[in-house]
Design a protein around this ligand. Structure first.
Ligand code: ATP
Length: 360
């Protein structure tokens, strides 16, 4: 796939504050790309520089091969959807969607058809004559999307779902994915919600303090985080101290409380191939063994320290010998499986294939 948007060495200063620190990034044509990170990491600033709403302090932005320096937002092939759905309440739904087409040279009837198609795409066919102020929050959101999707190449979305309740939000996530596949244009989403980014994106750039910590597809980001920081930001992870006893292909490590393990090279990112390392294990890759069950790979004994019941899942903190902090284990609450009590002895199954080494 070709790069639609290319950023090279993009820096942004607000007075003394260094908001973007040398961002190099290529966003491909037709992909769903997310900028993910904690509050204040610079993701909105980055999106606004692409839109042309902020000037970069140095570095360059090219869209479709064209340098965007000095190009005003309304002359860029991008369109922005804001947190507060910017619909005009006094206009009808069709007038709102058609607003972006007012300078479009096409005939009136053709534009009306384009508006109707855009409304159909977001599931609002037949709503054209309604006044925007009479719509629900979710419907307004869809009007804003229908309007923005008339944009030629790229839609920029700044936390577009943050004002919605959880159910509505999950529904809109799926609708947005469908919409993006239908129209085939590039979507760039800013979000601080890791689950949202994992669900929606082809690729995700995780940002911390004006820099990109890791750029990868959702599965790689989750299974093979490059740093402890990324691992902690994307879901829950246990960390144990480890020591690399043999480097190279088939890395051998000694892990506190768990013992010796051999790993594949892709489980040890650059910088974690020797010496002291952190060993990361996701809670769902550990399992408590119930009566009659045997561990498919490795097993260690522990004592349950804490139990948190979530309905579909239970989270256990389990203490094992040789490591001073409990490991968190998540278990599905299957039929016939009891919820264990604090103090119970637990056999813990683990699998070296689920480990990831991170530089200490
Ligand atoms: P959030 O999720 O809270 O919106 P963000 O990652 O989108 O966070 P930005 O809005 O990009 O963060 O802001 C990055 C940093 O730059 C913040 O520390 C912010 O205070 C600062 N900043 C943003 N805009 C300006 C401005 N116009 N003047 C001064 N500082 C700014």
């Amino acid at each position: 796939m070709t790069a639609l948007i290319e950023l090279r060495g993009v820096e942004k200063h607000y007075g003394d504050y260094h908001a973007l620190r040398g961002i190099d990034l290529e966003i491909r044509a037709g992909e769903f790309f997310s900028l993910l990170g904690p509050s204040g990491c610079g993701k909105t600033t980055l999106l606004r520089t692409i839109a042309g709403l902020e000037q970069v302090s140095s570095g360059s932005i090219r869209i479709d091969g064209r340098d965007m320096k000095g190009v005003a937002p309304n002359h860029r092939p991008t369109n922005m959807v804001f947190q507060s759905y910017a619909v005009f309440p006094h206009l009808t739904v069709a007038e709102n969607v058609g607003f972006g087409l007012r300078r479009d040279p096409r005939a009136k009837s053709e534009k009306a058809r384009a508006v109707e198609e855009a409304l159909e795409m977001v599931g609002l066919a037949g709503y054209g004559r309604r006044r925007a102020h009479a719509l629900s929050g979710g419907q307004r959101q869809r009007v804003a999307l229908a309007r923005a999707s008339s944009s030629p190449r790229c839609l920029l979305l700044d936390e577009p779902l943050s004002a919605l309740d959880r159910l509505m939000r999950e529904q809109m996530q799926l609708e947005l994915i469908r919409l993006q596949r239908q129209v085939g244009i590039t979507f760039i989403l800013v979000t601080h919600d890791q689950e949202e980014a994992l669900v929606m994106s082809d690729r995700i750039a995780v940002m911390f303090e004006g820099e990109i910590g890791q750029l990868a597809d959702p599965e790689t980001l989750y299974r093979r985080p490059a740093t402890r920081r990324v691992a902690q930001f994307i879901g829950k992870m246990n960390f144990l101290p480890g020591e690399v006893t043999r480097g190279g292909a088939g890395v051998e490590i000694e892990i506190a409380g768990l013992g010796r393990a051999t790993l594949d090279p892709d489980q040890a990112p650059a910088g974690a191939a020797s010496g002291a390392v952190s060993v990361g294990i996701r809670p769902e890759t550990l399992a408590i063994l119930f009566e009659g069950e045997t561990a498919p790979r490795r097993e260690v004994q522990g004592i349950i320290d804490e139990v948190v019941y979530y309905g579909d899942m239970t989270y256990y903190d389990v203490r094992i010998d040789g490591f001073d902090r409990p490991l968190t284990v998540s278990m599905k609450n299957l039929i016939g499986r009891p919820v264990l009590d604090v103090g119970a002895v637990a056999r813990l199954a683990w699998d070296e294939r689920a480990l990831v080494l991170l530089p200490d």
